[in-house]
Design a protein around this ligand. Structure first.
Ligand SMILES: [Zn+2]
Length: 431
């Protein structure tokens, strides 16, 4: 295993140009192979009029239309169980996990991922002598199992406690003198606060010193991190994964963004233009798995991220995800600022007179952004003039953007499952 970690380290720290050549070569092979053996890849290329030989570099991937999650659901009906992406006999698959849909996903590069995770865990000091409580789920999803194996590679002792049961987790942590935690960051904070409620002094009564955590969309990670690290003295390392891909990125000891794992080619696509997003700009993560067994080409994850390709002092040369901004369709850029639908909903929640809302983005005659909010009232007889002013002020307070228009729609105008964000600015709509 030491040897494997050394090999992986070499790839992780390979100079950017050399790594690009390495992945370009792999890509050419995987595309050819997938075209011959994975029907959905052939269909995708054929429908776009692209021959596999045209895809020579990572940059050329842009020519192939992305594949959305909904397409995978349909493909799995057409070519059960894996949508035609698995090119080898079932016996070659190590694990299959299941995400809502249901979508069946084989995990084929788990070893490389585990080794990557293990080497990063070492960066923050996980190792032999650690007793780690792993509160990530072990069934159906890959997180619990993957993290367990990575911790084992580092020599830690793992308690596979799984999610939930806060008080039991607290008891285990105390009795077993647990030094490490794996799981969602919010759950870690819940445990710490519950322990205090029960009368413990967390720093004195617990041996916890580090944690490998998953953030969640909608959680203000930097502020939770600050609290956990400063108040409770527990060092955090953040991971990011998706149901379809497993582990995608992880922090190194620099705690400055999450490095993409090797073997996964990531593109960042501006959802407004469909073109590559520049570093620092939001982009949807589009992933390609360079693996013969499961050549998933250009999966659009729906996650909007901010990324950088600046060199990292740790020596790893893969790009870093600086921030997971939200789901495409739930965050957008207006007048140069981000607007989150969840923030709009916070504003709406302050007004019991309002039942539903919809953000509409358009351009004025000079091409400037116009931000309109459509509101549905609980009772149509409610006076709208003052409400409109109060709403505008509350909106500016929370969303830090000035509303151009507030429109009131008739009751029932928004059906079940309506779009909360309508972008009429042209180019390409956010979905
Ligand atoms: Zn780094």
């Amino acid at each position: 295993m030491e040897q494997r970690i050394m090999e992986l380290k070499k790839l992780e720290t390979m100079p950017v140009e050399e790594k690009e050549r390495y992945y370009n070569q792999q890509l050419q092979h995987v595309i050819q192979y997938a075209y011959q053996n994975a029907p959905p890849v052939k269909e995708k290329l054929d429908s776009a009029g692209i021959a596999p030989a045209q895809i020579r570099t990572i940059k050329d991937l842009e020519m192939i239309p992305v594949t959305k999650k909904e397409e995978i659901v349909d493909l799995q009906k057409k070519y059960p169980p894996f949508g035609g992406y698995v090119t080898k006999p079932m016996e070659e698959l190590q694990w299959v996990h299941i995400s809502p849909g249901p979508i069946y996903t084989p995990i084929i590069n788990l070893e490389a991922i585990i080794e990557g995770a293990a080497s990063a865990l070492g960066d923050i000091g996980f190792g032999k002598g650690d007793i780690v409580i792993n509160t990530t789920g072990y069934h159906l999803v890959v997180a619990g199992l993957g993290l367990d194996l990575a911790l084992r590679i580092m020599g830690a002792t793992v308690i596979p406690s799984g999610p939930g049961n806060t008080e039991l987790q607290i008891e285990i942590m105390r009795h077993m003198k647990v030094t490490g935690f794996g799981g969602f960051v919010r759950f870690l904070l819940t445990i710490m606060e519950k322990a205090e409620e029960l009368g413990y002094d967390f720093r004195r009564d617990f041996a916890l010193r580090h944690a490998v955590v998953l953030g969640e969309i909608g959680v203000d990670f930097p502020s939770i991190r600050k609290r956990i690290e400063e108040k409770y003295g527990v060092n955090l390392m953040q991971l990011y994964g998706t149901a379809d891909l497993g582990l995608v990125a992880l922090e190194c000891g620099q705690k400055s963004g999450m490095h993409l794992v090797e073997g996964l080619v990531a593109e960042f696509v501006d959802p407004l233009t469909g073109k590559r997003a520049q570093p620092g700009e939001p982009g949807e993560l589009v992933a390609t798995i360079l693996h013969e067994t499961y050549p998933l080409i250009r999966l659009a994850t729906g996650d909007l991220v901010r990324w950088t390709d600046e060199p990292c002092p740790c020596g790893r040369t893969s790009p870093r995800l600086m921030e997971i901004l939200g789901r495409v369709g739930e965050v957008t850029k207006v007048k140069g600022m981000f607007l989150w639908i969840r923030e709009v909903e916070q504003v709406v929640a302050k007004f019991p007179q309002i039942s539903k809302s919809q953000v509409v983005l358009s351009h004025d005659s000079r091409g400037r952004d116009v931000l309109t909010l459509r509101l549905e009232l609980v009772e149509e007889s409610i006076g709208t003039e003052k409400l409109s002013q109060d709403f505008g002020a509350a909106f500016q307070g929370i969303c830090r953007l000035r509303l151009d228009k507030v429109e009131f729609v008739t009751k029932g105008a928004f059906p079940e499952g309506y779009q909360k964000l309508v972008d009429e600015r042209g180019i390409r709509k956010w979905e």
